[in-house]
Write a protein that binds this ligand. Structure first.
Ligand code: WTA
Length: 652
């Protein structure tokens, strides 16, 4: 590896393989060479406002034109000021007078094997009808609609219907508990709830309506609830509050012109974990998000008219918002949605789907890739995957071993891999190879998107030398950026803009190598990444401490082969005895409070937790203990040395 800085070798980096874009791929790519990418990037950052302003004019429909491209009143951005547009219009209506009218917009496969296809014209009709349903239930511009649904086309229909009338959707992933739904509903002051009777997951019915019933007991702002019949199981319908989706749709008119909405009309809230316990409602707005997801989808996935694109993310996460629904439909692409688990009925399900529909672009998470590797190559190789031309990853760093496996076994060594780095807050992809232009290095998300200016800085905000790790910040506003934390401008400012003045703090560490390639090194804060899901250690701790037996808890992320990170919890008891039964009870309690993805893999009981003199829990030390490493760090600030010995012996 190159000797990069002042004669010091960066010991972390030992990946030096370089995979240039395949010649044939590059020949027909939107951006077909490194020089072309570099020219595009330079133009986009030299005069960002002209760059984004021109794209906005050409790529979005405007009911009324915008004036200023950007009004930047740090840290508050307004993009395409004064313009009037509509995201639902830009995803649907714009295609209706083109050959895309009858093109498949959504291919859907349910877990039991049921299949549906919706053309752009059909999707438009459903969206118009559901927008009228929303109106008939008293929902208007600015009202928040909470959505807790399985991966079914009606979820996309509900989103687009909200966008059509200026209602703000807040989608809550189907794995969250009733308590988590209620917390989010109350923070957002949601007016309407949308759910389904149940969803399918590994052959079992997830009782969504039942969970919503419990959540609505604690959600006083929610007036009404629309229920989709997905599995046909029995549910309790409360007279006057609950309505069946199909009954409302049967009455609804399909005439619903898209409303001309101000560029900065809030589009959605998506709750994510931060370094404090309370989930934050990340706010995105209409025009900037629309443009940014549209352009990044086109650049990164190099979309062609006949592509069949499949992103396996659940719509309940940002990846699903931006690259299952909005970014794809804005480009008139065919997007595939699958309802269920990758191993239902067996571990070959994904490859069967790729073969069945001739999927050309496949976008998934490293945690899934590690599971595929574990399940064995046979599931993959027995299917015809020759339709694939491009692969992608998102959610966490991919280890080079998994990258190479993906490249060889799934991609047949012919498909470029786009490792896309971004966040709920960024709205869209921030760094990724453009597949026809940028040679890839396994484990690196390579280079920034047009218009994006990343920097690596030390704790005092000064740029660090090439090859050295530091905090990743973004130096210029971009159209897809979050517009704030719902109802909490102070927290928004503090969390993202104060630590490094004038720059957006991502919360990730990274380094940039001598070729200008970025390597993400994980989180700076107390956020852990389990199977590509962001969790705050403090949320897990708060859930544990809310159990009557628990006095104090510390949760940390430890390395896990499959999930990337797993949650390990250290617990001191207020009362009662440490027992296997209590351990199970605490796990169950976390499931009830937050959801299954937050359940700690290990729960260890201890008499006290190691703390610094100022009372901070020594997480680094706990991590070493959880990973079974001898403590290597400096422990001289430990409050109580005897704690250490007892923690080591408290292994499960
Ligand atoms: C991590 C998901 C390395 C990172 C779109 C980020 C990644 C957090 C990558 C955001 C990647 C996401 N390489 N790390 N390609 N993609 N991350 O909000 O720590 O669920 O800050 O958005 O995931 O997670 P979020």
């Amino acid at each position: 590896m190159a000797n990069e800085s002042g004669g010091r070798i960066d010991t972390v980096m030992h990946e030096s393989r370089l995979f240039p874009p395949p010649t044939e791929f590059a020949a027909s790519a939107l951006v077909g060479s490194l020089a072309e990418y570099e020219a595009l990037w330079r133009r986009s950052t030299d005069d960002a406002e002209t760059f984004w302003g021109e794209l906005a004019k050409n790529e979005l429909h405007w009911f009324e034109p915008f004036g200023e491209v950007l009004r930047w009143n740090e840290p508050f951005a307004e993009w395409f000021v004064g313009g009037k547009t509509n995201l639902s219009y830009n995803c649907l209506d714009v295609h209706l007078d083109t050959p895309r009218r009858d093109k498949t917009a959504i291919i859907w496969e349910g877990e039991p094997g049921d299949q549906r296809r919706l053309s752009y014209a059909e999707l438009h009709e459903e969206v118009c009808k559901f927008a009228n349903v929303l109106r008939s239930l008293g929902v208007g511009t600015g009202d928040v609609v909470s959505i807790y649904m399985p991966m079914v086309p009606e979820l996309a229909i509900a989103m687009l219907a909200c966008a059509r009338i200026g209602a703000v959707h807040s989608i809550i992933f189907g794995g969250f508990s009733a308590t988590a739904i209620a917390d989010r509903n109350n923070d957002a002051k949601a007016k309407l709830q949308i759910t389904a009777d149940a969803g399918w997951r590994r052959g079992k019915q997830l009782p969504l309506k039942e969970t919503v019933d419990a959540a609505l007991e604690e959600s006083p702002t929610v007036e009404k609830c629309v229920v989709l019949r997905r599995v046909g199981c029995d549910v309790t319908m409360r007279e006057g509050r609950d309505f069946w989706w199909d009954e409302l749709m049967a009455e609804a008119s399909d005439d619903c012109p898209a409303e001309a909405l101000d560029s900065e009309t809030p589009l959605f809230i998506l709750y994510t974990s931060g370094s404090t316990g309370k989930p934050k409602g990340i706010k995105h707005t209409t025009a900037g998000y629309n443009l940014y997801t549209k352009m990044t989808a086109r650049w990164v996935f190099d979309l062609k008219e006949d592509d069949v694109y499949w992103c396996t993310a659940d719509i309940g996460w940002i990846t699903g918002h931006s690259y299952v629904v909005y970014g794809m439909l804005a480009n008139g692409a065919t997007t595939l949605m699958y309802e269920g688990a990758p191993n239902a009925p067996d571990e070959g399900r994904f490859w069967e789907i790729i073969e069945r529909y001739g999927v050309t672009i496949f976008y998934t998470a490293p945690t899934a890739i590690r599971a595929f590797m574990k399940w064995g190559d046979d599931w993959v190789t027995k299917r015809d995957l020759s339709s694939l031309r491009l692969l992608g990853t998102v959610g966490e760093g991919i280890n080079p071993e998994a990258w190479i496996w993906y490249h060889k076994t799934v991609g047949g060594e012919r498909c470029p891999i786009v490792d896309t780095w971004w966040q709920t807050e960024t709205g869209g992809i921030m760094m990724s190879p453009l597949p026809g232009a940028i040679p890839t290095k396994p484990g690196s998300c390579t280079k920034p998107m047009p218009g994006i200016v990343p920097q690596i800085v030390s704790e005092d905000g000064t740029p660090v030398d090439t090859g050295f790790g530091g905090m990743l910040v973004i130096a210029k506003p971009w159209p897809g950026m979050l517009r704030g934390i719902w109802g909490d401008n102070d927290r928004y400012r503090k969390q993202y803009w104060e630590e490094v003045p004038g720059k957006y703090l991502t919360g990730d560490n990274a380094r940039c190598d001598a070729d200008g390639y970025y390597w993400i090194m994980g989180r700076i804060d107390d956020v852990i990444n389990v199977s590509g899901h962001r969790l705050s250690t403090i949320e897990v701790e708060s859930a544990l401490v809310s159990h009557p037996a628990v006095a104090e808890a510390a949760a940390i992320g430890r390395h896990d082969e499959l999930k990337g990170q797993a949650v390990a919890a250290f617990v001191t008891l207020r009362s009662g005895e440490a027992s296997e039964e209590l351990r199970q009870e605490l796990k169950h309690h976390v499931r009830e409070e937050i959801g299954a993805m937050a359940v700690p893999d290990d729960v260890r009981f201890t008499n006290s937790l190691p703390k610094t003199r100022s009372g901070k829990i020594m997480r680094r030390l706990l991590r070493d203990i959880a990973e079974g490493k001898e403590s290597v760090g400096d422990t001289t600030t430990l409050e109580d040395y005897s704690v250490l010995a007892s923690l080591r012996s408290s292994d499960e």
